[in-house]
Every structure is written in C-alpha cells, then in structure tokens.
Design a protein. Structure first.
Length: 258
C-alpha cells in the first residue's frame, strides 16, 4: 500500500501537475494540503476520471485539505481538529482507509513570529498533540501526515543558522514536534534514512530548487502498529522541477499488508 502526501499550493492552478503525478506514480492514498479552493470548487470530476475518489475540506483562497484513494473505500471520521469550535480554518481531515486511520493535516505556518499567527500555530500544535494522544489510545494503525511547517532538526534545513527566528524552526516549535513524536510516533523518513539530506520544499526564489536549498517540512508519523510494516519511503523530488508546479514535492511511504 503506497500512501503519499502533497502540498499542491492551489489545486485548480496546479491540476495538470497533480493529475500527471497521480497517473505516473499511482499511489493508493494521497493526502493533499493547501487546496486554496472553496468546497464547491474542488475538481472532483477530473480526479474521478483518472480513477480516484476524494473527500475534502475546502476554504476560499486559503488552506484546504483532502484525502484521495484509488480502488479503496474512504470512511470519513472527522473534518477539523478538535479543541476549538471557533477555528474556521480548513486544516485537518481524518478517515479510515483499508484498516488504517489516516489524518491529513496542514499545520499553520506561524510567521511572523512572535505575533498572533505564531500564537495560533502553537495553539493548533497543542490541540494536535492532544488529539494525537487520543488516536494512539485507540491501539490501531494510525498515520499523521501532511505539511507540518516544522523542520525537526538541523539536518532538515539548508543553512540552519539562517532560520533561528523563523516560525518553522524556532526552538519552541521543534520542541512541540518532539513532544508529539515522543508520544510514540515514528518519523517514517528518518527511520529509514536517519542521516541523509532530505528536503520536501524548495522556495520559488533564489534558485532554491536548482541549488537544493530546501527544507523538510512534510512528514509521515506512524503509530506503533505500523512501524514494522514500513517498507520504503521517498520524495518525488523531480516533480518540483515540472512547469507550473508547487513549491513542495510529493512525499510517500509504502506499507506491507497487515
């Protein structure tokens, strides 16, 4: 079973890139972030025509998350992260797929920091930690995946000395990510590639992609029930070089059957 996560940075504007990647790589499950489309503007028909069904949580102009599956039923569990009934940002969707609880998330960027946006990021992180703990208590296979907007360690960022005050790398953000993983989650890419340079995002500016000046901010966290089922993981880096592409590349894992 191949599961992917991809921050598409505008699903309608990048639709040709998304469809090409789906057809070339055929993942079984895909979590998408940053749809930047209201609920009624999600391109369901185009996605269905290439063999995928979808559930999505849209929002006009910003945010938005979705889960796509190929030949697998999706049972939606929740949309929206619990803990704040007034939070209207579309950043979380959760479903059961093929015996696995899959949570697709788009954690807030948080810049400029300090400030209200950073406070919202840390509040959202706290809510994620609380919900993640509840998911672990289910004692069943769970995946948390998406754009976490966190570089967990200095290995995950090109020239870390330049990022000390950024909301994606501030000490309290990295500490929050560590608190989350310390609950019992496995960082899938780092389990398989503990020392390698791996990036999932390259800015559009300063030839970042050409220089491989990137960040690793898109992650797969696996519950203990899935750790031994992890077969492979990777980043489809070449997609970042396609025309009119997202500033993120798709990230994927493969799991052996239960």
């Amino acid at each position: 079973m191949k599961i992917a996560t991809y921050n598409v940075n505008g699903i309608n504007g990048r639709l040709p890139v998304l469809l090409r990647w789906l057809q070339e790589t055929s993942p079984d499950v895909v979590c998408l972030q940053e749809l930047k489309a209201p609920q009624e503007k999600f391109p369901e028909q185009a996605i269905r025509e290439i063999g995928y069904q979808a559930i999505w949580h849209g929002q006009k102009s910003w945010n938005g998350v979705a889960i796509l599956t190929r030949n697998l039923e999706i049972e939606e569990v929740r949309r929206g992260l619990p803990g704040d009934d007034e939070d209207e940002q579309s950043r979380y969707i959760e479903a059961n797929v093929n015996g696995i609880r899959i949570a697709g998330l788009y954690l807030p960027n948080g810049n400029p920091a300090p400030g209200p946006k950073f406070d919202y990021k840390m509040s959202w992180f706290s809510r994620l930690q609380a919900h993640a703990k509840e998911l672990l208590s289910l004692n069943e296979p769970v995946i948390l995946t998406g754009d976490f907007n966190v570089m967990p360690t200095e290995k995950d960022v090109y020239k870390p000395e330049r990022w000390g005050e950024d909301a994606l790398f501030r000490p309290e953000v990295r500490a929050a990510f560590k608190e989350l993983t310390d609950q019992g989650w496995t960082d899938a890419l780092r389990k398989l590639y503990p020392e390698e340079t791996i990036y999932t995002f390259w800015d559009y500016f300063r030839n970042a992609y050409q220089r491989n000046a990137g960040l690793r901010i898109d992650h797969f966290l696996l519950s203990p029930q899935l750790e031994d089922r992890l077969l492979a993981a990777g980043v489809d880096k070449e997609v970042r070089g396609w025309e009119k592409t997202s500033d993120h590349a798709p990230v994927w894992i493969e799991l052996k059957d239960a």
